[in-house]
Design a protein around this ligand. Structure first.
Ligand SMILES: Nc1nc2c(ncn2[C@@H]2O[C@H](COP(=O)(O)OP(=O)(O)OP(=O)(O)O)[C@@H](O)[C@H]2O)c(=O)[nH]1
Ligand SMILES: [Mg+2]
Ligand SMILES: [Zn+2]
Length: 311
């Protein structure tokens, strides 16, 4: 009897029966969950990004997923109403990279804050990329925008694919990590990836569509290996996660600059809206908390409370 071949790898894509697994040596294979393992509950929740063992079947040629290693992190979609059920969209994401452009299209702070809240809700570190800096002559508005986020504790990158600028710094923070890349259409996500990795020539944003073309299952996330180590995962991931199921009373914790003040409101269950002696609103008045960020909090809080009424 020959010993079974066992490889360790990362799940790149797949949403159901067959999963694409990239072994540590860079080779890729399709592998499936079979028989008894498929029934075991821990395998039901296998996700893109999972760190797995695959084994070649005795007859050769076919590979099975035979082990799943503990997850470092997860980007999950929670069940509304605070139930325990959740769906893991991507496992082992190390950071969320949120790309906006400084012009064409204009940055949308409410949307930036929404993406940041999703990252915080999943306990993932996030950074902001402000692309297309070549399009604006006056840097002052960009500096003011960047300052709000830096003050909240987020690293901000200013980049241009056209000039080019900030690309080496951005590449350096992507290496050897799994980054969920997100942002609205047209801000330059694909252009950035192609400028950072000229050999890759992949259109992030279109990958998942082509991989999932013709399937009737839910469109899943796809991990793209980067030359030099690391992965970017294109989302549907993040958009799909949404703020769905984030309890409204946890929203304040998703604004890191609020956290030092949260124990200091007069009421323990302060919503930071119109309650007296609210430490967060005092922070806004003092200037320690950006009023733009606070406005986002108010809007998102209303949205979450509204959705809770429906469950
Ligand atoms: N001036 C300027 N234009 C840029 C820059 N980066 C990207 N663009 C342009 O912006 C447009 C959109 O870029 P994409 O890379 O396709 O944007 P995307 O974020 O991938 O968009 P989706 O795939 O739709 O989500 C293209 O015409 C790019 O040439 C930049 O740094 N400066
Ligand atoms: Mg794109
Ligand atoms: Zn308060």
């Amino acid at each position: 009897m020959t010993a079974a071949v066992l490889l360790r790898g990362v799940v790149l894509s797949g949403t159901g029966g067959v999963w694409r697994v990239r072994a540590l040596d860079g080779t890729e294979r399709d592998a499936s969950l079979r028989g008894r393992l498929k029934q075991e509950s821990k395998f039901e929740k296998l996700a893109v990004g999972d760190d797995v063992d695959i084994t070649e079947d005795a007859r050769g040629g076919a590979w099975s997923i035979t082990g799943i290693h503990p997850r470092r992190t997860q980007l999950a979609r929670r069940t509304p109403g605070g139930g325990r059920g959740e769906r893991i969209v991507v496992a082992n994401v190390d950071q969320v990279v949120i790309v906006f452009s400084v012009a064409k299209p204009e940055p949308h702070v409410r949307m930036i804050d929404r993406f940041l809240v999703i990252a915080e809700g999943n306990e993932l570190p996030a950074r902001l990329v402000l692309n297309k800096v070549d399009l604006v002559e006056d840097a002052a508005p960009i500096d003011a925008l960047a300052a709000d986020y830096e003050r909240a504790g987020y690293p901000v990158h200013r980049t241009s694919v056209k000039r080019p600028a900030g690309l080496d710094e951005l590449r350096a923070v992507l290496v050897n990590r799994t980054s969920a890349l997100t942002g609205p259409s047209g801000v330059g996500k694909s252009s950035l990836i192609n400028a950072l990795y000229p050999g890759l020539n992949l259109r992030v944003g279109e990958i998942s569509e082509s991989v999932n073309k013709g399937r009737h299952t839910t469109v899943g996330a796809v991990l793209v290996p980067l030359p030099g180590g690391g992965y970017v995962v294109d989302t549907p991931g993040l958009r799909e996660v949404g703020m769905w199921g984030l309890p409204s009373e946890e929203l304040d914790h998703c604004f890191p600059e609020f956290r030092p003040m949260l124990g200091e409101c007069r009421f323990q269950d302060c919503r930071h809206l119109s309650e007296p002696e609210c430490a967060v609103r005092a922070g806004v008045a003092r200037g320690g908390v950006s009023s733009e960020r606070y406005d986002s909090y108010v809007k998102l809080r209303a949205e979450l409370e509204e959705s809770e009424k429906r469950y």
